[in-house]
Every structure is written in structure tokens, then in C-alpha cells.
Design a protein around this ligand. Structure first.
Ligand code: NI
Length: 192
């Protein structure tokens, strides 16, 4: 091997290390994901709820729709169980519909009677789009002959734990153990 090729190999190695160092910090998943932010929605009773109006309160947030056959009811039951244990904490729980067309205020109010510690929220299609965007939630109307009005909704099915400023703390699947949510809230409440 002559001097010239050693220099070339060294150069290639230096570039490789440089590229690796430049890429590696950004290629790691960030723990500070920007989930949460501005939204403005309405309870079935007509009360406005926004990120601003909830300032000072922790929140559990879940997006779904009342005609969901099993995923949403399961997620909401887990939230309800967690909320019953969290009565001494400054926290509120919300179910945001992604199907305002069928989830009218009357219908949403009746459905939420099954989950007395969770507040149903709806809004205009634009307001719901904005809220879902804030939480990075995906939803989409899908044709389904078996469903009322021949459609169902595809949607992200995650329970978000948010701090008293509306900042993301954690998320859990709709199959989570309520204990996990309770522990996450208690831990955050203790440290704030
Ligand atoms: Ni669902």
C-alpha cells in the first residue's frame, strides 16, 4: 500500500465518522415530541373547552367515536377506571369525537353516561381537525356496510396523559392496564 492510498483511506474514514456524528443525534427518537397544543371544542352542554381553559389541570385525552364497536369502549372504560382512582388529583378526562356528523351533542351526552368521569367533546369538522392535528391523531372515514349510515372511522387509539400546561407526558394503548395510567399521573403530579 502506498502513501497515497493510506491517505485516501484515512480521508474516507474521517468523512464516515463525520457523517455519523452529524446524523446520529437527530436520528435518535426525540423524547420531547410536540404532542398537544391549541384546540377549541364544546361539551354536549355547550361549554367551551380549550388548551387555555384547562390551564392548571392535568388531562387524559382520547380520540374516537361513539359507534366504535369495541376499541373506543375499551379505551374509555380503562380511562373511567383510572379516573375513579384519581379523584384526589387535579385531572380531567376527555373523549374527543372524530365523527361529529353522527356524534351530535344529544347522542354524545347519552353515550357519555356510560363513562361519568369523562367529558365528551365535539366541534365543527375544522375544530376537530385542528385538535387531532395538535395531538398527531389520524382519523379517516371508511365505508362499511355493516355500520350505521354505512361508514366507520379509522382512528389512532391512544390515551394521552397531559400535564397541567397541556404538555405531553405519556401515552398508552386502549388495552393498557388502568394502573399504568394511574401511576403515570401520580408520578407527574408529585413532581410538579
Ligand atoms: Ni374507536
Amino acid at each position: 500500500m502506498n502513501m497515497k492510498s493510506i491517505t485516501l483511506i484515512t480521508l474516507v474514514l474521517l468523512i464516515a465518522v463525520g457523517v455519523y456524528l452529524a446524523i446520529s443525534p437527530t436520528s435518535r427518537p426525540s423524547s420531547n415530541v410536540a404532542i398537544g397544543g391549541d384546540f377549541s371544542l364544546t361539551t354536549p352542554m355547550g361549554e367551551m373547552v380549550s388548551n387555555e381553559s384547562l390551564k392548571g389541570q392535568m388531562r387524559l385525552v382520547y380520540f374516537g367515536f361513539t359507534y366504535c364497536p369495541d376499541v373506543c369502549p375499551m379505551g374509555l372504560q380503562i380511562m373511567q377506571t383510572a379516573m375513579e382512582e384519581l379523584k384526589d388529583e387535579n385531572i380531567r378526562a376527555f373523549f374527543i369525537t372524530v365523527d361529529p356528523e353522527r356524534d351530535t351533542p344529544e347522542h354524545l351526552a347519552t353515550f357519555m353516561e356510560n363513562f361519568p368521569d369523562i367529558i365528551g367533546l365535539s366541534g365543527t369538522p375544522e375544530q376537530i381537525k385542528q385538535a387531532a392535528k395538535s395531538y398527531r391523531v389520524y382519523y379517516r372515514k371508511v365505508e362499511d356496510e355493516k355500520s350505521p349510515d354505512s361508514y366507520t372511522m379509522d382512528h389512532t387509539s391512544l390515551i394521552y396523559v397531559m400535564d397541567e400546561n397541556g404538555h405531553y407526558l405519556a401515552h398508552f394503548p386502549h388495552t393498557a392496564d388502568p394502573r399504568q395510567i394511574i401511576n403515570s399521573v401520580r408520578k407527574a403530579a408529585k413532581s410538579s
